[in-house]
Design a protein. Structure first.
Length: 156
């Protein structure tokens, strides 16, 4: 037991001596060594700050891209919803349109086609469109007048 105690005391003394030698070596460093160590530490700090800034910029760019993608997705969803609502509204209006209104709409359409043909001096085609417009809406005096005019142009 005494030998173990002596060996432990010797090991402690050796460790204390090594620590003292290391401390002495550390205090014996030159100013150039201390400056080099300080520069190395400053460079390491600057590199760490640069890496942190780069990571922050990448995170911000990723967040901005996600935000833009989410905004586009929301806009596309709104656009689709608006288109669906418009289609439903048109279908509902068409369903509530009376047959008379439908014939009047068709009559107006044929008058427009007739006027286009008339402007191109295709009086036979124009007369056909005006006649169709009058057939759809017999009370349409405009179709009647245009039909008469187109026939006059065909047979001068």
């Amino acid at each position: 037991a005494a030998a173990d105690a002596k060996a432990a005391a010797d090991a402690k003394a050796a460790a204390d001596a090594k620590a003292a030698a290391d401390a002495k070596a550390a205090t014996n460093t030159t100013a150039a060594d201390r400056a080099a160590a300080a520069k190395k530490a400053a460079d390491a700090k600057a590199a760490a700050e640069k890496a942190a800034a780069r990571k922050a910029a990448e995170a911000k760019a990723a967040a901005d891209a996600k935000k833009a993608a989410d905004a586009k997705k929301a806009a596309d969803a709104k656009k689709a919803a608006d288109a669906k609502a418009a289609a439903e509204k048109a279908a509902a209006e068409k369903a509530t349109t009376s047959p008379e209104e439908s014939f009047r709409d068709q009559s107006r359409h044929y008058i427009k086609l007739g006027l286009e043909a008339f402007k191109k001096e295709n009086y036979k085609l124009a007369a056909g469109y005006f006649g169709k417009a009058q057939d759809l809406d017999s009370e349409n005096k405009l179709a009647e007048r245009y039909l008469k005019l187109a026939r006059e142009k065909m047979n001068p």
